[in-house]
Unconditional design. Structure first.
Length: 396
């Protein structure tokens, strides 16, 4: 059994604060400061350029890729880390499009806007006569027709927490000859994911949410082994070359997922991510999911029982959602700001959604109960109408 009291003790959680925003940015792991000090003093400071060999900086993208791979059901050597999620999505989409002559890339309206923007930009400049088709989340399966070449989805809706059935949609897509690209931004570290078992073709994800790698921590990309040695790279970075230090004039892709490496690894960020991943070493993903469901159900029941003006935006059935709970309310932004002032940290998504990320590594039942109490008080007093809580900030 996973000891969640022990995992909670490994995070910096400010006194008097209930942190329910791990679906946007995970809190600081205690090991991060020591990791940063080590890389600054012992590695960069003493080894300088020798750190690429002596501290194996060059191997970090693949080492960390395997550690994340365990959490998302990928085999060894199938995942690598580096660059941003948007870049990784661009890579995966480009590789998927190159595998089909069909003209339509299908996604849904619940996809994160950045993914849609990347797809629009790629297809406009490189897609020739291909187009992006956007349907409602519940219409995806019916929209898998013979026109569609690539299915590009975020597994968990960033606003509502609605969860796609990856295995079922991937199986149906493959029956129709469609290549799949999955964004795991709100999945990795939130619940059990089985990329290999589902037969996913490509997957990408970030590491600063449930994986707690810190603001701007690097993203990851997964390529199914059956595609790894033939996937088109498009972004032909020097570290994706088969022999980077041969400095050949023409590009030769490395074997396997290493071909998806682009630029120089961000070593400082990766060392912090490495420290964050240490916390996951003793965590059972099935235990994590069970605790997530228990805490989420407790939260939903407590909030809906006392606040009839709020509407549950997340699916009611646990199996249909990730590890976040969202409510709709006309003054959602003001409610979130009033809660933050009370030490309950969630976030707002336009136009009317209050989001709360349930992170079992550190959230507790007592925190869930206290957060529900604060929500009831904010709603009862209409504190959300106070001018200071209605003024929009740059980041919501």
């Amino acid at each position: 059994m996973t000891d969640f009291d022990a995992t909670r003790a490994r995070f910096v959680l400010p006194d008097g604060q209930i942190y329910l925003d791990g679906n946007s940015l995970g809190p600081l792991p205690f090991g991060a400061e020591a990791a940063m000090r080590r890389v600054l003093e012992d590695e960069w400071g003493r080894m300088a350029i020798g750190g690429w060999n002596r501290a194996d900086w060059m191997g970090l993208p693949d080492t960390l890729g395997d550690r994340i791979g365990r959490l998302v059901g990928a085999g060894p050597g199938d995942t690598t880390v580096g660059d941003t999620l948007s870049i990784r999505l661009f890579q995966a989409l480009a590789a998927a499009v190159a595998m089909t002559d069909r003209k339509v890339v299908l996604t849904d309206s619940g996809n994160f806007p950045s993914d849609i923007y990347m797809a629009q930009g790629f297809l406009k400049h490189f897609g020739r006569d291909r187009s992006l088709r956007i349907v409602a989340p519940e219409e995806v399966e019916a929209a898998l027709t013979e026109e569609v070449g690539v299915l590009m989805l975020t597994q968990v809706d960033y606003r509502t927490g609605r969860r796609h059935d990856m295995a079922a949609l991937t199986a149906r897509a493959h029956e129709m000859g469609i290549v799949t690209v999955w964004d795991l931004a709100h999945s990795a570290g939130a619940f059990e994911v089985d990329l290999a078992g589902a037969g996913a073709d490509f997957a990408v994800g970030c590491t600063y949410k449930y994986l707690n790698g810190g603001p701007g921590s690097p993203a990851f990309i997964y390529v199914a082994p059956r595609h790894a040695d033939r996937a088109e790279t498009v972004l032909n970075g020097w570290l994706g070359h088969a022999a980077p230090f041969a400095f050949e004039q023409d590009y030769r892709p490395a074997p396997g997922v290493a071909r998806m490496r682009v630029g120089t690894p961000a070593i400082l960020q990766m060392r912090v991510l490495e420290a964050a991943l240490d916390i996951w070493d003793g965590v059972s993903m099935s235990d994590l999911r069970a605790r997530s469901v228990a805490l989420s159900e407790r939260f939903i029941a407590a909030v809906l029982d006392r606040n009839p003006a709020l509407t549950l935006a997340s699916p009611r059935a646990p199996e249909d959602r990730g590890s976040q709970v969202s409510f709709r309310f006309e003054h959602a932004y003001g409610v979130i700001q009033a809660l933050i002032a009370r030490g309950v940290v969630g976030d707002f998504r336009a136009p009317d959604i209050m989001r709360f990320g349930i992170a079992p590594l550190y959230n507790t039942g007592d925190e869930i109960d206290a957060a529900a109490d604060h929500i009831a008080e904010v709603m009862a007093t209409q504190a959300y109408l106070n001018p200071e809580y209605r003024m929009k900030q740059r980041v919501t």
